[in-house]
Design a binder for this molecule. Structure first.
Ligand code: NAD
Ligand code: ZN
Ligand code: ZN
Length: 342
C-alpha cells in the first residue's frame, strides 16, 4: 500500500506492506485523514528528541471503513465506517477506565503510542488499530468532514468543556488562532454557550471564517488585543482565553486579556512561555494545558456534527498531494483543515 512516511528529515511517499489484523486488532481502509499543525511541530524537532523511533507513517486524524478484524473482536463488522480515537492508553488504569486515555500515565512506558505520533498513522491506504474500543461509528457523517473531528474537533471540544464552568452566559471568551482547531472551537462555543466570542488571528480570511463560525467579533492579533477586550467587556477582561497558537506573544495577550479568576487554556504547542506568578497572570487565574480528549468527548463531538451544530471547513487532497498540503499548512494558507483522501 502507499504511505506517507517520515524518517526524521522529510516526509515521503512509499510502498509498504499493508497491515493485517492480529488478535484483538482492526484494520481500516482510510477514507479521510486530517493534517494537523502538530505534525509540523514533530517534523521541526530534532529526531532524537522524539519519544519514538522513526520512520513512521504520519497522520493522527482518521476515519475509515472496517476491512479486517482480528480474532476475538466482537461487535464490529466489515464495511462499517468509523472514527478513530487517537490518544491510545493502556486500557486498564483509572484514567483509561474513565475513558480519559489521553491522561494515561502508563501508555508510553508500555510502548503504546498514538497512530501517526509513534505508531503508524492514517496517511496511507490502510490503518491498523490496536483495539476496537478506539472506534466510534460515524453514523452517516461525511468521512472527509468527519476526519478532523477526531483531533481538531475532539481537542477543541475537550478544551471548551473543561473551561465552560468558568464561562457564564454573559461572559466573554477569547479564541486565539482560527485554524483547524480554532474554527471548530468557535462553533462548539457557539453551540454550548451564550457567551460573547472574540476571535483573534493574523489573517483576514481566518477572521472572516471566525465570524461565519459564530464569533461576535474578530480582531487582528497585535498587542492592542488586551485593550480591545477590556473595552468590549466594560473593563473586566475575558473569562476564558483559548490559545491555539502559544507563542510568547499570544500567551502575553492571553494573560493581559484575562479577568481575575479567569482561565487560560493553552492548547497550541508553540514554543512560547507563560510565566505564572502573582502579578504576571491575573489573581486567581487558572492555567490549563488540555491534551486531545476523552473517548466520550469523541462521541459528543460526532453528535454535535450529526446535529448540524459544527461543520469542519475542509480542503481535500489525494495522498500524492499531502506534501503540498503540509506546505500550505506551514505557510498558514489552509482554510479550516486539509484532509487527505487516500
Ligand atoms: P493551524 O495552522 O491550522 O492554525 C493556526 C492558526 O493560528 C492559523 O489560522 C494562523 O493564522 C493563526 N496564528 C498564527 N500565529 C498567530 C498569532 N501570533 N496570533 C493569532 N493567530 C495566529 O493549526 P492547528 O492544526 O489548528 O493547531 C493549532 C495548535 O494546536 C498547534 O500548535 C497544534 O500543534 C496544537 N494542537 C494541540 C493539541 C493538543 O492536544 N493540545 C491537539 C492538536 C493540535
Ligand atoms: Zn493534532
Ligand atoms: Zn491507562
Amino acid at each position: 500500500m502507499r504511505a506517507l512516511r517520515y524518517d526524521g528529515k522529510a516526509p515521503y511517499l512509499e510502498e509498504v506492506p499493508a497491515p493485517t489484523a492480529g488478535p484483538g486488532q482492526v484494520v481500516l481502509e482510510v477514507t479521510g485523514a486530517g493534517l494537523c499543525h502538530s505534525d509540523l511541530a514533530v517534523m521541526s524537532r530534532p529526531p532524537q528528541d522524539l519519544p519514538y523511533d522513526l520512520p513512521i507513517t504520519l497522520g493522527h486524524e482518521a476515519v475509515g471503513v472496517v476491512v479486517d478484524v482480528g480474532a476475538g473482536v466482537r461487535g464490529l463488522s466489515g464495511g462499517e465506517e468509523v472514527a478513530v480515537y487517537g490518544p491510545w492508553g493502556c486500557g486498564a488504569c483509572r484514567s483509561c477506565l474513565a475513558g480519559a486515555e489521553n491522561h494515561c500515565p502508563y501508555a508510553r512506558a508500555a510502548g503504546i503510542l498514538p497512530p501517526g505520533l509513534g505508531a503508524d498513522g492514517a496517511l496511507a491506504d490502510y490503518l491498523l488499530v490496536d483495539h476496537p474500543r478506539h472506534l466510534v461509528p460515524l453514523g452517516g457523517l461525511d468521512p472527509v468532514r468527519a476526519a478532523p473531528l477526531t483531533d481538531a474537533g475532539l481537542t477543541s471540544y475537550h478544551a471548551v468543556r473543561s473551561a465552560l464552568p468558568g464561562l457564564p452566559p454573559d461572559g466573554t471568551v477569547l479564541v486565539i488562532g482560527i485554524g483547524g482547531l480554532g474554527h471548530v472551537a468557535v462553533q462548539i462555543l457557539r453551540a454550548l454557550s451564550a457567551a460573547r466570542i472574540v476571535a483573534v488571528d493574523l489573517a483576514a480570511d481566518k477572521l472572516d471564517l471566525a465570524l461565519r463560525c459564530g464569533a461576535d467579533s474578530a480582531l487582528f492579533g497585535d498587542d492592542t488585543v488586551p485593550e480591545q477586550v477590556r473595552e468590549l467587556t466594560g473593563g473586566a477582561g475575558a473569562d476564558v482565553v483559548l490559545d491555539f497558537v502559544a507563542t510568547d506573544a499570544t500567551l502575553r495577550t492571553a494573560a493581559h486579556s484575562l479577568r481575575p479568576g479567569g482561565e487560560i487554556s493553552v492548547v497550541g504547542v508553540g514554543s512560547g512561555r507563560l510565566p505564572v506568578a502573582v502579578n504576571l497572570v491575573p489573581l486567581g487565574a487558572t492555567v490549563r494545558t488540555p491534551y486531545w480528549g476523552t473517548r466520550s468527548d469523541l462521541v459528543d463531538v460526532l453528535g454535535l456534527a450529526r446535529a448540524g451544530r459544527i461543520t469542519v471547513e475542509v480542503e481535500e487532497y489525494p495522498l500524492e498531494e499531502a506534501l503540498l498540503a503540509y506546505e500550505r499548512l506551514e505557510r498558514g494558507q489552509v482554510r479550516g483543515r486539509a484532509v487527505v483522501t487516500p
